[in-house]
Design a protein around this ligand. Structure first.
Ligand SMILES: [Zn+2]
Ligand SMILES: [Zn+2]
Length: 288
């Protein structure tokens, strides 16, 4: 024991007949007051382990000040601090491993209910009141450490209870499960509807683009066939437009490339643009 002896020693000296005569400056009142003050200041500040049922503790004051704790079992050696997770506080050396394996964080669900996300993958059933999560986690960690027997897992997700045997609490549980499922279903439906709306918009837009581009292509074909027998190969811009919008066969494309001095990059680009437009301009096989 160190750091907490001065006032006490002084007090002891005062009541010692052989030493008291040397202490002219100290009144008994002063010595007593000092001793009380010292006792308060140096009071151990004990911290418990957050593992439920664990009774180990350590003296935070002694630890912070680097003193030997009054009781050797109050040493802070090997203790950890849990600052995240559902349960905050100190962890004794015996329980550091199991608590680290089961560090669990609260998670708010979209329907305003709460659950936990444990490092081991465990999640309790959602709760309306977040205050229930800590006891649930404590039960989980006691089970994980083998202090409590593992809960019997029913063969089915939930066991069927005969109608006549339902109680208020079994019904509440069922309604809660129903509420969770209902909310999930609502969310899935909303996501599906949003996807459908997005798909429908693109489908309509693409349909419109297709009609417009096909109209241009038809006009080009008409002018080539009988309107004015326009030669779409003569001019390099015409040839280029036809190449992208309607497409030349390979031989014609090779001849035009030579005639209009298109290099291989230009030809590659033309082929790429043609391939991009093909789904819009060329009749597609019908779905179904
Ligand atoms: Zn412990
Ligand atoms: Zn766990």
């Amino acid at each position: 024991m160190s750091g907490k002896t001065e006032a006490r020693d002084l007090l002891l000296s005062l009541i010692d007949a052989t030493k008291a005569s040397d202490l002219h400056d100290t009144t008994p009142e002063q010595a007593v007051a000092n001793a009380i003050h010292e006792a308060l200041i140096y009071q151990p500040s004990l911290r418990n382990c957050i593992f439920p049922t664990c009774i180990r503790e350590f003296d935070m004051t002694a630890r912070m000040n680097g003193w030997e704790p009054v009781n050797p079992s109050w040493s802070g050696d090997g203790w950890h601090q849990a600052i995240r997770g559902i349960s905050h506080g100190s962890i004794c050396p015996d329980h550091v491993a199991v608590i680290t394996d089961h560090m669990a964080r609260p998670a708010e669900l979209p329907n305003g209910r709460w659950t936990l996300s444990c490092a081991c993958g465990w999640m309790p059933r959602p709760q309306t009141w977040g205050g229930l999560l800590k006891p649930l986690w404590e039960q989980h960690i006691l089970t994980a450490a083998g202090v409590l027997p593992a809960p019997e897992t029913p063969a089915e997700p939930f066991e069927r209870i005969p109608l006549a045997e339902h109680t208020e609490s079994t019904l509440t549980e069922l309604y809660d499960q129903l509420d969770d499922t209902e909310h999930d279903r609502q969310e899935t439906r909303e996501a599906a509807q949003a996807m459908y709306r997005g798909w429908d918009w693109h489908r309509n837009t693409l349909g419109g683009i297709s009609r417009a581009v096909v109209a241009v292509c038809n006009m080009m074909r008409t002018s080539a066939d009988f309107l004015d027998h326009r030669d779409w190969t003569a001019d390099r811009i015409d040839a280029y437009l036809w190449a992208v919008l309607i497409g030349w066969n390979d031989d014609t494309l090779a001849q035009l490339a030579e005639k209009h001095r298109w290099n291989e990059h230009r030809i590659k680009y033309i082929r790429e643009m043609r391939a991009l437009l093909a789904p819009i301009t060329d009749p597609q096989p019908k779905e179904d």
